[in-house]
Design a protein around this ligand. Structure first.
Ligand SMILES: Nc1nc2c(ncn2[C@@H]2O[C@H](COP(=O)(O)OP(=O)(O)OP(=O)(O)O)[C@@H](O)[C@H]2O)c(=O)[nH]1
Ligand SMILES: [Mg+2]
Length: 207
């Protein structure tokens, strides 16, 4: 394959409590911007970004950002369908956003249709002095739930690119979670009901 060919399109979700900085992380990663008055997300936002993987292939990321506020959340099952990766965010300056992580994980278990999707835990806002959750607590939670882990700041850009890159590398290393070029991967408005990973022709499925 020529270097720079798009290998696949991956669907990545960002979830977590309202105000933890999900949209800010997305905007920092995709547009390299930060807004101190970032408005709360209503419904679902969506952005696409191309990423060069370590082996020189191009991967297109379809990144979905949902509202943390219950009253602004819509179409939850469709949001989770066919996701290959999820970024679960908490705010290191607000303990309650960390305590609510279990609820987000159980929502994920209920709605995600790929059991082997890759999870990245992000402790955001480490630029702030008033920390309530230590790095160790974050790390422990991530280990317990088999997640990747990083602390980050959408404000200063620390850890942001690494969070997305490590998630993508892990997805690409997971057999059956994505398919190589020749198809376009997950369509951006994918409404298929079944996962493509477990269907015939795909190798590596252990189900
Ligand atoms: N200091 C600091 N503030 C941040 C950081 N990331 C986000 N914020 C601020 O936190 C507030 C909430 O950020 P959002 O990105 O809107 O949070 P969200 O998780 O998308 O919230 P919902 O859309 O309501 O779910 C905004 O005022 C941001 O400017 C960060 O890394 N450091
Ligand atoms: Mg938002």
């Amino acid at each position: 394959m020529d270097s720079g060919d798009t290998l696949t399109t991956l669907k990545i979700l960002i979830i977590g409590e309202s105000g933890v900085g999900k949209s800010s992380l997305l905007l920092r990663f995709v547009d390299d911007t930060f807004d101190v008055e970032q408005p709360a997300t209503i419904g679902v936002d969506f952005k696409v970004k191309s990423l060069m993987t370590v082996d020189g292939n191009r991967t297109k990321l379809a990144i979905w950002d949902t509202a943390g506020q219950e009253r602004f959340r819509t179409l939850t099952p469709g949001y989770y369908r066919n996701a290959q990766g999820v970024i679960l965010v908490y705010d290191v300056t607000k303990k309650d956003t960390f305590s609510r992580l279990e609820n987000w994980l159980s929502e994920l278990t209920t709605f995600a249709n790929r059991g082997n999707l890759v999870k990245m835990l992000v402790g955001n806002k480490i630029d702030s002095a008033k920390r309530e959750v230590s790095r160790d607590e974050g790390l422990k939670f991530a280990r317990k739930h088999h997640m990747l882990f990083i602390e980050a700041s959408a404000k200063t850009n620390e850890g942001v690119k690494t969070a997305f890159e490590e998630l993508v590398e892990k997805i690409l290393q997971t057999p059956g979670l994505w398919e190589a070029a020749g198809n376009s991967g997950v369509a951006l408005n994918d409404t298929r009901s079944g996962g493509s990973d477990a269907s015939g022709g795909s190798s590596g499925c252990s189900c």
